[in-house]
Design a protein. Sequence first.
Length: 274
Amino acid sequence: MKRFFCITLLVGLVIATISLANAESRLRMSTTTSTENSGLLSVLLPPFEKANNVKVDVISVGTGKALKLGENGDVDVVFVHARPLEDKFVADGSGIDRRDVMYNDFVIVGPGSDPAHIRGLKDAREALRRIAQTTSPFASRGDDSGTNRTELRLWKAAGIQPDPHSGWYRDLGQGMGATLNISAAMNAYTLTDRATWANFKNRKGLEIVTQDDPALFNPYGSILVNPAKWPRVKYSDAKTWHQWLTSKAGLDAITSYRINGEQLFFPPRPTTTN
């Protein structure tokens, strides 16, 4: 009986050891809503998770909030698009090894009636000036996201400080999908990344009216949360994701993603030196 018990215990320990070895790791990633709203993550995550036996738990919020989660050590890696905030995140010691991942661009969408007469403009600042001059409805995300930061930078460059109490400028505090839904319901202009717009189904009367301004360039970066500051982060799994995302395999997955045949994300632009 004693021998049987020992054998049973040994078998149980072997099974437990095998189960632990095969157990799926879980990685926490905070990311901008555009990577999820665009549908890109549904293409990126499955091949990575299968190849590395790592489940990625995604927290999709505005870039400001995504970086705050990293600052607090509540995630292991961040995947965002607001370069000044990203650089500060690293400079403050919250993140390490920031890497360029990809880029796309922003567009201004608005009602087909185009009351501000900005259709076809390739100057986003002039487009915003006309929206303000005509007091045409404009929906702002107002959530400290990368998109919101770009919008505010463009208003400043246009010499305008929109007032949320003015009636025509609506500060929503919402993600990109919700902001587009509200814009469609209001017949309002808004700034959106092109990929989320391509994946957005509830357009109603909205269409792209201003695009192709270099000021609308939209780069994305991946940053590891600093394990020296937060020892509990899963640095090894985060590094595996970080390296895969910026490898040929990750880049191939990114550039293969299309909606209606349109490529929506592109390889990082090479850094040039003088």
